[in-house]
Design a protein around this ligand. Structure first.
Ligand code: 7RM
Length: 632
């Protein structure tokens, strides 16, 4: 039987049991799935060598667990409701049976194009059912999907395709998000100029705009599926075979291709979805994330499908056509579970309350939050005005690398506190560490958040760079997984994530590396050097502040700022544009040449009173100059 915790006492008991015998706990959970052959070994490897394996020797196909397994019981049930960008556009529902057929059809298409087990396929698409069908079809034939968020630039897309040598790209002619149009095919064409490994491009029609066409390479989705069979025998995978790569920003260099494997990811996303959200038979679950992020992978696609839930695929934005859109959709489909990011809540809080009050939100039972710390004001607004004071809020802490939720309340079960991710899920053992690498015991303490033991959902490597995987996650605290987050454990033992302690920004819930943005800006001919820091931003959580040294003072600051914006948009995407820029004569550097970001962060936050010790700087006077200067 699936573990389905129903009371706080049960949570506490199961947590204790899982600590006593972790392997038994996970083995029990894995036993609830359909395996073609059971595993030889529950778990091996560890953080020391980064050779973590779960359910090795087990044979399965993850789509048989997401789809085939449900056909006889809930084949007629709605798997997805598709809500398009414009409220008047064509909407549709897809049952489990239809989704199964669509996935089989497209799996046949992929195979007919020569895609084989282990090949990488890049997906760069609008948030439509076809994106999900494409991903599941890859999983069905054993190809590794790499979904790239459709807000990334041609250069970012090319970098991701090149890094994993993708053989195929699946995209749309274009997409509409709010009132913006994004020419996905044009962007893809530009990216593919530097991607010789891509032999085929499948284009799914969405906007019907004119696009260029490369005969022999490009083919329409609708033409390819027309004659494809709706039957397909899933390819047998080993539990440890790769399932997908998802690129995420780190504190240095280019984005990392985080790799997840079939068996462990399946067990972990399914278990966490079920117990955190407590979705029941007739419920309608809506996660507003884009499938281009890990939240979309784990809690739009995989977790809900394993559990036979009904989910919403939303193509639009919270403020289009107006700031009532999310609530209109909640009312229309009688959404029971609503999962979003604090940045969306903060953005909507700035509008008139009538946008919320206009709609009947009485169907809601559970609210979720993910991606960044939720500030108390946003928590209360969400609780009072969206949840009507009667819906538990699950503040779910996790990462691309963890595969699924790690620290979170169980909806309606764990007593919550605003701003707290509360308690670890059974099977997860957090540890707070001090600067000397020692674990901080007891309550009422702060430290760097680590995890003590491998869990099935942990990423297995960084694609093509296992050294970087070891260095980033396994080396700061020997024998532990390091999350990069700071954390408080309060007097009651409740966890509150305080934010990143490394050079990673969290802008509107999106992870951005400071180095990535700096490298982009440094491409400008007039820039000598750039230092990026985050600063508190009312809506985005963190804003991007760029300090830069110019060769010549720009004549027209506004035009210069626009040039920087255009450059960052071109190289990374619009989400990374600096909100503020300040031209400086020098940057605060240590004698070894390291930029002291701590000081820049304080200046950017307008917190000049206590800049700390500047005596170790090569030239302390640069700090006074920066404080005296002004941002544009
Ligand atoms: C799911 C996701 C991961 C980083 C993580 C944190 C921050 C995520 C919360 C949170 C406070 C939360 N994956 N973060 N959830 N901080 N409370 N509930 O966002 O890889 O894109 O980002 O996001 O800093 O390390 S992610």
């Amino acid at each position: 039987m699936w573990l389905n915790i129903k009371s706080f006492e049960e949570y506490q008991n199961i947590y204790r049991q899982s600590e006593k015998d972790r392997l038994k706990f996970w083995e029990h959970e894995a036993g609830t799935f359909y395996w073609r052959k059971s595993w030889d070994k529950v778990h091996s490897g560890g953080f020391e060598k980064g050779d973590i394996k779960w359910f090795e020797g087990g044979k399965l196909n993850i789509t048989e667990n997401a789809l085939d397994r449900h056909l006889n019981t809930i084949g007629h049930k709605t798997a997805f409701i598709f809500e398009p960008n414009h409220p008047d556009s064509f909407r549709r529902t897809i049952t489990y049976r239809q989704l199964h057929e669509d996935v089989c059809r497209f799996a046949n298409v992929l195979e007919s194009k020569g895609i084989e087990k282990g090949d990488r396929v890049c997906i760069y698409m609008a948030m439509t059912p076809e994106l999900i069908i494409a991903a599941l079809a890859c999983a069905r034939i054993g190809a590794v999907h790499s979904i790239v968020f459709a807000g990334f630039s041609a250069q970012s897309l090319a970098e991701r395709i090149q890094d994993c040598d993708a053989k195929m790209l699946i995209t749309n002619d274009g997409l509409r998000r709010g009132d913006k149009h994004v020419p996905l095919k044009d962007i893809s064409d530009e990216a593919l100029e530097s991607c010789p490994t891509v032999k085929n491009v499948i284009v799914c029609q969405r906007t019907n705009r004119d696009i260029d066409w490369k005969d022999g390479r490009d083919e329409w989705w609708h033409n390819l599926i027309r004659n494809a069979s709706k039957r397909h025998t899933a390819v047998e995978m080993d539990a440890e075979d790769p399932l997908f790569i998802l690129y995420t920003s780190g504190s240095t260099g280019k984005p990392k291709g985080v790799l997840h494997t079939c068996g462990g990811y399946m067990v972990y996303t399914s278990y966490t979805f079920r117990n955190v959200f407590q979705v029941e038979e007739e419920d309608v679950y809506w996660c507003t994330a884009d499938a281009g992020w890990i939240t979309g992978h784990s809690y739009i696609i995989y977790g809900p499908l394993f559990n036979g839930a009904t989910g919403i695929i939303f193509e639009g934005t919270p403020t289009y056509p107006d700031a009532g859109r999310l609530w209109e959709v909640v009312e229309k489909y009688k959404v029971t579970h609503f999962y979003t990011a604090p940045t969306a809540i903060r953005a909507l809080m700035s509008y008139d309350l009538d946008y919320v009050r206009k709609y009947d939100l009485s169907s809601l039972k559970v609210l979720g939050s993910v991606g960044e710390p939720i500030n108390e004001e946003a928590w209360h607004w969400y609780n009072d005005h969206v949840g009507g004071g009667k819906c538990p809020i699950v503040d779910t802490w996790w990462q691309t690398e963890t595969g699924g939720i790690m620290i979170s309340p169980l909806a309606g079960i764990t007593p919550t506190k605003p701003g707290f991710a509360t308690l670890p899920l059974p099977g997860i053992s957090p540890a707070l560490m001090d600067e000397n690498g020692k674990e901080i015991e007891g309550n009422g303490v702060n430290g760097n958040l680590c995890i003590k033991h491998p869990w099935p959902g942990i990423a297995r490597t960084v694609w093509g760079d296992h050294e970087r995987y070891l260095k980033t996650y396994m080396s700061a605290y020997k024998g532990h997984y390091f999350t990069g987050d700071g954390c408080r454990r309060d007097a009651e033992g409740y966890y509150r994530i305080t934010g990143r302690v490394d050079d990673v920004l969290n802008v509107s819930g999106h992870r951005l590396g400071t180095a990535e943005i700096e490298n982009a800006i440094n491409e400008h001919p007039n820039i000598v050097e750039t230092a990026i820091v985050g600063y508190p931003h009312d809506i985005k959580g963190q804003g991007v502040f760029a300090f830069m040294i110019c060769e010549k003072d720009p004549k027209d600051p506004d035009a210069f700022k626009k040039e920087i914006h255009d450059l960052v948009t071109k190289i990374i995407g619009p989400i990374a544009k600096p909100d503020k820029i300040q031209i400086v004569a020098g940057l605060p550097k240590t004698r070894s040449g390291k930029i002291m970001r701590r000081i820049l962060r304080k200046i950017a936050a307008d917190d000049m009173d206590n800049l700390g010790d500047t005596s170790t700087l090569l030239d302390p006077s640069v700090v006074d100059d920066i404080v005296a200067g002004k941002a544009i």
